[in-house]
Design a protein around this ligand. Sequence first.
Ligand SMILES: [Zn+2]
Ligand SMILES: [Zn+2]
Length: 145
Amino acid sequence: MDEQWIIDKIKAAGLKLTRPRMLVIEVLRQNKNGFISADEIFNLINHKEKVCDLTSIYRTLTSLEEIQLVEKSDFFGEASQYRLLSHQDHYHHHHHYFKCNECGKIEVLCGDCNVVQYENDLKKRGFSNLSHRLELSGLCPSCNK
Ligand SMILES: [Zn+2]
Ligand SMILES: [Zn+2]
């Protein structure tokens, strides 16, 4: 693995670089900015020989989520999907997604979230524990042809 910062982050959190952990990270890395489900990770890792079971993949994903290397998203009530956070994401952690109704493609939306402004206004007026969900869907350019 060439991304040393990932290894540093795992070690700094006191986690071991176990085989399942390395394999899961490798699959997530190859999946770049997209989201992938635990089942898909399981199939990719075990397609040649049985290396680890689904339970240890879930456990690995949870541990990586806890140290903020992995982001878990529940889209529109579907099964959880996972994405490796990039170095940059750590500075702009809050973002939203677009999902194509046709092909299921998910796009991470860049730029600042305007809803945060509403939250800040509410905070000033004494509201607390604010959070929001924004679901953007439609047709992606390739499905729009
Ligand atoms: Zn599409
Ligand atoms: Zn937002």
